[in-house]
Write a protein that binds this ligand. Structure first.
Ligand SMILES: [Zn+2]
Length: 194
């Protein structure tokens, strides 16, 4: 499974194109990610089959509609955040989910797969994706910190439980967060002291 990171939009949101055997999935769709992602798909002759939103905040969903229109990719989000796609802030295109993400769902990408881990706290429908030794952690876990819980739908005690759930994964797991640099789970020992 191959991974390419793009950093896009005013909040410098990370999105990740992951692919295997000609099939690609995009993890999050921040503002102005469409063109670089489309260029990458063309360059590598990849079919974008799915856009997964780690959660429904506007900076992770803004280019859903454009990517769906231009590639035919389906949109996947957890039910808990689905309504955020329908009514985003002014200036952000609304979109509709084609499929919902639930705990332990497998997202197949060629011969590889990513497993859905429900991690509410930053938002009700936040998820992380785990597979091939990697964790795509959205705005749940960043290098050295966790996502805010003071937005509508945020819940600090749920965030704590979600972080502790992630800590059960192997320490060598490489973490690709929704903002900022990569890390490894083993470097985020502060979670155990929360
Ligand atoms: Zn967020």
């Amino acid at each position: 499974m191959h991974v390419k990171k793009f950093v896009c939009g005013p909040l410098k949101t990370n999105c990740y194109l992951v692919w295997d055997e000609g099939k690609a999935v995009l993890i999050d769709a921040p503002q102005r990610c469409s063109q670089p992602v489309l260029d990458e798909l063309a360059k590598r002759n990849l079919e974008l089959v799915l856009v997964v939103n780690t959660h429904g905040h506007w900076d992770h969903i803004a280019d859903n509609a454009e990517l769906k229109e231009k590639t035919g990719a389906k949109i996947a989000v957890h039910k808990g955040d689905e309504k955020m796609l329908w009514s985003p802030p002014d200036g952000v295109a609304s979109s509709r989910a084609d499929t919902h993400l639930d705990e332990s769902d497998l997202i197949r990408i060629g011969s590889a797969a990513l497993e859905v881990i429900e991690t509410p706290g930053h938002s009700p429908g936040s998820v992380c994706l785990y597979g091939a030794g990697m964790l795509f952690s959205g705005d749940t876990l960043f290098a050295g910190s966790h996502g805010r819980t003071d937005f509508p739908g945020g819940d600090h005690s749920k965030m704590l439980a979600s972080l502790k759930k992630l800590l059960k994964l192997p320490p060598e797991t490489k973490v690709h967060p929704g903002h900022g640099p990569e890390t490894a789970l083993g470097k985020e020992r502060w979670i155990g002291h929360m």
